[in-house]
Design a protein around this ligand. Structure first.
Ligand SMILES: [Zn+2]
Length: 388
């Protein structure tokens, strides 16, 4: 019989694969596939047709029926470039009650626990099925999970409670904001600034859109928050620009200006309406530019798009996690996760995983031994419940 690895051994293995988002995750996927196969678990791979060096993987254990608990995590990690690490980021090192390594917290620690639980479930013959779903490209805008979720549905019986194990200190997180971001390229028409009325100044046109964002933010801030919005800080949808670049010289109307614009929406906001509002404003500014010079234009490219996670009424995933953890408080977070994408696809979803988000993406990223063990205990109780 194949060897059953401990959660720590599995995490050590997963972290040894440097699956930074820009690079391949296939060696990790190969390993998981082989490990599950050695324990008689068939897994399914979804290779990304646009990025042949990346794949998602999902698997099912237990009765072949709907209603599985789905444990989901991403396999990619953020880069370590330029970060001062005290030890090799891709080797798990235990020191002072902590496991150090890139991804220990975000989120290969949870991935390891989920793989461990799936194999355990195989030997315990549970009454209720358990599924594993491992995605990629979460750290570059949550773009890997939606095609994985779509690919799972015709292959596996549909699960009914999804636990996305992003670091939440094992608290049940039932809501987060969603949003969308764009790169905007404003192409003006260059003339000498003394005759600026005959040119189109890309910077000054971009400024109109950014100034409008400030107005929208003030309007939103002044509104009475909905009960869902009131759970967040701040309790309204925000528009933000973080980067702007452009222009040639002080006495030339700028030919080009690029900036980013994006919104973070409270989960009950109408995302389509927000996207339309941003695009309408950009079109309005573009029309004004083209009235002066027909070649002037604005190009918009989507940078990311993540649905929010809406707190569910009597949500199954939330209920399950609350029964296991005993945590009955309400928690929402400010970071986006794949849970919103599962929810959008019709699953009950919750975020619950070991570790503190404060350690994610940091040099010397770690998960405490205590949190990792809490995750292990959670999986033990989950397995008990699946057998009840
Ligand atoms: Zn993460």
């Amino acid at each position: 019989m194949a060897e059953r690895l401990s959660p720590l051994e599995i995490m050590t293995k997963l972290i040894s694969f440097p699956t930074v988002s820009r690079d391949t995750n296939l060696p990790l996927i190969d390993w998981v596939e082989g490990y599950l196969d050695a324990h008689g678990i068939e897994s399914h791979r979804w290779p990304d047709p646009d990025q042949p060096h990346k794949a998602a993987l999902f698997a099912h254990v237990g009765p072949w029926e709907e209603g599985a608990v789905v444990l989901s995590g991403h396999t990619d990690v953020v880069p370590v470039d330029g970060q001062p690490w005290d030890s090799d980021p891709f080797t798990v090192v235990e020191r002072d009650g902590k496991y150090f390594g890139r991804g220990t917290c975000d989120m290969k620690g949870f991935d390891a626990l989920a793989i461990w639980a799936l194999v355990e479930a195989k030997y315990r013959d549970p009454k209720r099925p358990l599924q594993l779903a491992l995605s990629f490209d979460e750290e570059v805008g949550c773009t890997g999970a939606p095609p994985m979720i779509e690919a799972m549905q015709p292959v596996l019986p549909k699960g009914s409670a999804v636990i996305v194990g992003e670091p939440s200190m094992m608290k049940a997180v039932t809501g987060h904001k969603g949003g969308q971001g764009f790169w905007v390229d404003v192409w003006g028409f260059e003339v000498h600034s003394s005759i600026m009325h005959t040119g189109v100044n890309a910077i000054m046109e971009a400024a109109k859109i950014i100034a409008w964002s400030n107005e929208v933010n003030e309007t939103e801030r002044a509104k009475e928050p909905t009960p869902v919005a009131a759970m967040f800080e701040p309790p309204w949808t925000t528009l933000h620009t973080g980067v702007i670049e452009g222009g040639t010289a002080a006495n030339i109307t700028a030919k080009h200006c690029q900036f980013d614009i994006g919104y973070r929406a409270v989960p009950d906001a109408d995302k389509d309406a927000w996207t339309a509002m941003v695009r309408d404003k950009i079109r309005e500014v573009e029309e004004g530019m083209q009235a002066i010079h027909p070649e002037a234009r604005i190009e918009v490219h989507q940078r990311f798009g993540v649905p929010g996670l809406k707190p569910e009424e009597n949500g199954e995933a939330e209920g399950l996690v609350r029964k296991i953890t005993g945590d009955n408080a309400s928690h929402v977070v400010s970071y986006g996760t794949e849970a919103g994408q599962f929810q959008e696809a019709g699953y009950s979803a919750v975020v619950c995983g070991p570790g503190d988000i404060a350690q994610a993406h940091q040099p010397n990223e770690f998960i405490t031994v205590e949190q990792f063990n809490a995750g292990h205990a959670f999986m033990e109780r989950l397995l008990d419940r699946l057998s009840e």
